[in-house]
Design a protein around this ligand. Structure first.
Ligand code: ATP
Length: 329
């Protein structure tokens, strides 16, 4: 099977090598269509996300993606936002659960963040009123809100989850967040087997740091989803282990939550776990559950043996960490 591998910058190439080596060692039958993107590509091709990258994902339907840097102050739109828009990847899915032997404040965290990916303040509708005043439009539509709510309930049903909790600030943004909430309420009526709960985003953040075990599936508009999913990443050991996926009707792009971490790039110190777990979800998505299970077990066995990268308190270099996972396959 052919799958696009979007190789970005910073730690992107190192973690991509680690994960493709692990998948190869596990005997996964994937042919990678490697597409580079990011700051260096912008220098040579005039855009950090050239059309060839989009064409490749459109052809292969599925991609694994490392972080890509959008050069700042050069007029380029965010690569991630552009990719999500062009491919209509309307659902951002971030499962957050404790991993073995990674000490965190809470045990048994098992939260799935479902974030609307196409509108809200990310629509990029901004204007400068004068030199001392600027404004951004927070656009919410019924179509997009109902579509993401349907995705969240559908995910909950297919994955044996018990509750969907919609997170808004509908007491202040009465019309925009109000519409998101109303849409979630409407969709919830079709899914009576799943408990439906509503919470305000400020209270949600406090509850997440005090008692995260009360949450199951969280459903959020774009901006709150971005912030809350990083908070949830913190609950399970940080960005190095936080996986993600962007899913639409026709295409899916699997990628870690973290950025390109330029501070540690090229030092063999990055953690490839977040990308590896994203790849595991990709394998489930393309109907290779046996390989997914086997790789996840090798990863868990590795962590259980106390083998960890620097970001989570270990002293293993990325290449050694990769070898240890392969040895346990
Ligand atoms: P962006 O704006 O692209 O999200 P950022 O600078 O806000 O980038 P990251 O690039 O995700 O955020 O990095 C934040 C911090 O987390 C950095 O100090 C980085 O070293 C660390 N970090 C992120 N990802 C990893 C990883 N996979 N392995 C180890 N450390 C990481």
């Amino acid at each position: 099977m052919k799958i696009t591998l979007i190789k970005g910058d910073g730690i992107g190439p190192e973690i991509a090598d680690s994960v493709t080596e692990i998948l190869y060692a596990a005997g996964v039958d994937i042919q990678w269509d490697v597409q580079t993107a990011g700051a260096e590509v912008a220098e040579s091709e005039g855009s950090p996300l050239p059309q060839r990258v989009l064409d490749s994902v459109k052809q292969n339907k599925v991609a694994l993606k490392t972080p890509v840097t959008t050069p700042i102050g050069k007029g380029f739109r965010s690569v991630n936002v552009q990719l999500r828009k062009e491919l209509d990847l309307y659902a951002n899915l971030r499962p957050c659960y404790n991993l073995p032997n990674i000490k965190t404040r809470y045990d048994n965290v098992d939260i799935v963040v479902v974030r609307e990916n196409t509108e809200d303040l990310y629509a990029g509708i901004e204007r400068k009123i004068d030199s001392d005043c600027a404004e951004s439009i927070k656009r919410i539509t019924r179509n997009a809100s109902e579509r993401i709510a349907e995705f969240a309930f559908d995910y909950a049903e297919k994955n044996n989850r018990k509750e969907v909790c919609v997170v808004t600030k509908a007491n202040i943004c009465k019309l925009s967040d109000g519409l998101f909430l109303e849409s979630a309420r409407n969709i919830s009526k079709k899914h009576t087997g799943i408990n439906f709960r509503e919470i305000l985003v400020d209270n949600c953040c406090m509850q997440l740091v005090q008692n995260p075990n009360q949450f199951d599936v969280l459903l959020l508009p774009n901006l709150y989803g971005d912030i809350v999913s990083d908070l949830c990443a913190g609950l399970i050991g940080g960005l190095g282990v936080a996986q993600g996926a962007n899913i639409g009707e026709n295409f899916a792009v699997f990628e870690p939550v973290h950025g390109s971490a330029p501070d540690i790039a090229g030092q063999n110190k990055a953690n490839s776990t977040a990308l590896l777990l994203s790849a595991v979800e990709m394998l489930n998505y393309i109907n290779m559950p046996e390989s997914a299970k086997r790789i996840k077990k090798a990863l868990f066995d590795t962590l259980n043996s106390g083998i960890k990268t620097y970001d989570i308190g270990g002293n293993y270099l990325l290449t050694d960490y990769t070898k240890e996972i392969i040895a346990r396959l």
